[in-house]
Design a protein around this ligand. Sequence first.
Ligand SMILES: Cc1cc2nc3c(=O)[nH]c(=O)nc-3n(C[C@H](O)[C@H](O)[C@H](O)COP(=O)(O)OP(=O)(O)OC[C@H]3O[C@@H](n4cnc5c(N)ncnc54)[C@H](O)[C@@H]3O)c2cc1C
Ligand code: SF4
Length: 354
Amino acid sequence: MQGDASDTVLVVGAGPAGLSAAASIAAAGFRPVVVEKEDVLGGAPILSGYAKLVPSGEWAKDAIGRMVARVEQDASTTVFKGTKVTGFEGEPGDFTATLSNGEHVKAGAAILATGFTHFDSINKPEWGFGTYEDVLTTTQMEQMVAGGKIFCPSDGRVPERVAILLCVGSRDRQIGREWCSKICCTVSTNLAMEIKELSPTTDVFIYYMDIRTFGLYEDKFYWKSQEEFKTKFVKARIAEVTTSGDGRLLVKGEDTLVKRPIVIPFDIVVHAIGMDPNEDNPEISKVFGVGLEKHGFIDRAEFYTSTCGTTRRGVFAAGSCYAPETIDDSISQGHAAAARAIAELHALARKKAG
Ligand SMILES: Cc1cc2nc3c(=O)[nH]c(=O)nc-3n(C[C@H](O)[C@H](O)[C@H](O)COP(=O)(O)OP(=O)(O)OC[C@H]3O[C@@H](n4cnc5c(N)ncnc54)[C@H](O)[C@@H]3O)c2cc1C
Ligand code: SF4
């Protein structure tokens, strides 16, 4: 049996949210026990090989790598990799978690930082992913950028034109995904600049319904991409992606500004994939006894007086397990969830002491 319930907090998931929660718990003199199902820590930015992050411009492996090192080097933190929580019994101040490796962990509170699942573009077959080799997702294109060379996977040629299609698997009621994934407009305007930097002869087009580079992202990404890097923005409704016979891809749709059909040939088409609820959420909901909201993300207890709460007392949550979220906000929520868990342990200790 690991841990002492009075000073231990279980953190499930080691992406940006879980790593920041663990760091705060340790800094406050409590013991985090981190349970991560993959064999490496860092969450989506590391597991999916993101290139330079927005808005910092830092490589994901460096920025998130620092967060991983801070947790792995902390003597009070226990980390289980390649492990899941299979049982969770007890009450606030005295929970026992059963792990998939057979170990048991005592903890006074738990934080779910289990993140999201990338939208699988196969679910949007008319846009060519899985059919044509040169149709990629943003994560695949980021991996190409990280490799330092832009080329068509089918034959290695330098692309003359790249199209980035926004809102793939988001804001699409036909496939049951009504939400905006919040970060993909900014990620895509940044990706367009990275492609142009590596391959100056390549023209990048962004097909959009709306551009949501919210807050301070507007000038640094939207305007810069357009004005300095000459990214072409096309407001359109895409019908399908096909081929032209000479091996190029054809993006067919309607230009919704001039209300005319458009067909433009491209060499690479990139799907700006959205953020789905974590595919494990039904299992997480059952094991931890927490509710899910109607789309399948973790449900919040209440917005204003129960920050980072779930529907079960003593079980908190942070980051993109709640909804599509940025890294910065996931990190902040991780720290906030840690503060809530620690406050709960203090309150229980005071009550016990009479
Ligand atoms: C293509 C793309 C590019 C992006 N680029 C940026 C960017 O440049 N800047 C930015 O701010 N945001 C970016 N984002 C958003 C970013 O990925 C999220 O904000 C961030 O990953 C959320 O962190 P998290 O810790 O909440 O979740 P995650 O990163 O998803 O981490 C969750 C962790 O929990 C683990 N886990 C899941 N289920 C379980 C389980 N049952 N048991 C144990 N462990 C589990 C996972 O393996 C993972 O390690 C991008 C998103 C996409 C789709
Ligand atoms: S952030 Fe932009 S690309 Fe992503 S779902 Fe929202 S509007 Fe679409």
